[in-house]
Design a protein around this ligand. Sequence first.
Ligand code: PMV
Length: 361
Amino acid sequence: MTDDRQRMTSKRGGRHEPPRLPLAAEASAPAKLILCGEHAVVYNRPAIALPLADVRARVRVSPRSWRGVHFSAPNLRRRWTLAERPDDTLSMLANETLHSLNASPTNGMLVTIRSKIPIASGMGSGAAVATALVRALAAASQQHLTNEHISALVYENERRLHGTPSGIDNTVVAFERPIWFVRQAVEQQGEGETKSGDESSSLQPPASSAHALIEPLSFAAPFTLVVADTGVRSATRMPVGEVRRRWLAEPARYEALFDEVRDVVVRVRGALAEGDIVALGSLLDRNHELLHTIGVSSPELDRLVHAAKAAGALGAKLSGAGWGGVMFALVTPETQERVIEALREAGASSIRVNTVHATIP
Ligand code: PMV
């Protein structure tokens, strides 16, 4: 890969010399947005997710004369070394990645992590930082890892962070394209994992990762989402754990709610394929209502959703784990500015506009 996602540099007076590991390298990965189906996706219902290419995490690996791997995350005001903090999740991921690459760096390295993705906000910050780290270490070792392999490494990292991730975040971030994602129950594994068609079958993760049916999605018409942050930080594992407790206490009720989410997500796929943006809006509204009933909305999220709707958005919902983080509104060119203004007045801490382009199936 030679694009912005993964770059290697080896400049020593312009002469070609054999590389000393690690080489200087930089890689990036995008934020993500779950369009619909979050939470129910943990219980094997489908969900749809999109990468947000303009909002990225970046990791730079720089060779150093010292020994060992040093990490610096200036945004988080954190510095640590792999030797001092082997149990840190990023230390563990770096170790696993180097092991997977069969790379034993001869020199020390500084791993600098910078991210424009707000943490604990439903935008996949953890998966993006992890993906950029894996890519940067691969580039620094002059090796190529497939997206499947990267996704599997990041899934393990997500497991350490959240306990029971569906696998949707690592998949959409590593492949950086819109996806239809269905985690497979154990008895379903094997079925549906090899969908016909080159493009989709190349999106399958290896067996070590979450077993899932993953299909690339295409859109018949472009649509624009205004993404607004409540400014409330909420770690994914908290609402995910609460939903699990509720599901264990009232399985029939929650299974029925997840089935309703599934029906919405299936209809969203149809609306996207037909370019029916008005239908998409109503389905997003319905998904928000269901997430509210499931118990993962919050007063701040509801306030932004209602403000966007009152200002003319076609649809609006929370995105990601909930209890804080972001929501988005589906807008038209006519309503976009009004919705942005309404979200600002309702207390959004930051607002981004993301247009999803039509694709040829
Ligand atoms: O809040 P995020 O960006 O980590 O999204 C979590 C999505 C959930 O469906 C709630 C959990 C999962 O693992 O799929």
